[in-house]
Design a protein. Structure first.
Length: 191
């Protein structure tokens, strides 16, 4: 057996491997029932931390969005792709080693911290360069704290499952919950 195969003879991803291998693994791996259970727990812990912080900082308000059923469905559909699928592909799959990759725990923790920092800074850059109208929200320290908590939850979901679909689910639930039930649409419409 050479360095690039695992104990079953399958190809193992090594540092410097082409990114398509990591993307392929992440997109073709489906979490087990235990993995989905872990994702649900991660999501609940995230919400238990992020919602009180957002409420106390005035970023979140408990109120249903004033949108039609079609408007709500549009939010649900749109947010699945952006930000959820797009950001999870870039900030989790492309930056963080797949669980099948032979990496030390220390290496994963360092990459975890770097990927999380990049994810938070991305929101500031996004508001600065792409969506200037979002600056009041995306520059808000409370938003950035909650974004950091979301990024950590998504990284944990990916680390536990090796599937892009796990952090996409966490991200999607968070954004839909914020926009439709915690004042996100109203906040963004005021911009």
């Amino acid at each position: 057996m050479n360095d690039n195969t695992d104990s079953t003879g399958g190809r193992r991803v090594v540092w410097g491997s082409p990114l398509p291998s990591r993307l392929h693994r992440a997109f073709t791996t489906w979490p087990s029932w235990r993995g989905w259970r872990d994702v649900a727990l991660i999501t609940l812990v995230f919400a238990a931390l992020a919602v009180p912080i957002g409420l106390s900082g005035g970023l979140l308000t408990v109120r249903n969005a004033d949108v039609s059923v079609w408007g709500a469905l549009a939010v649900v559909g749109r947010t699945l792709f952006t930000p959820s699928l797009f950001e999870e592909t870039v900030f989790r799959v492309m930056l963080f080693p797949h669980p099948a990759e032979d990496r030390s725990r220390r290496h994963r923790l360092v990459v975890f911290a770097v990927a999380l920092g990049i994810f938070v800074v991305w929101h500031v850059i996004n508001a600065w360069l792409i969506t200037p109208a979002a600056r009041p929200v995306f520059y808000d320290p409370i938003f950035l704290i909650d974004a950091g908590l979301l990024g950590a939850a998504c990284l944990l979901a990916y680390w536990r499952t090796g599937s892009v679909w796990a952090p996409v689910a966490v991200h999607w639930v968070a954004v839909v919950g914020w926009q439709l039930g915690l004042g996100g649409i109203a906040l963004l419409e005021r911009l």
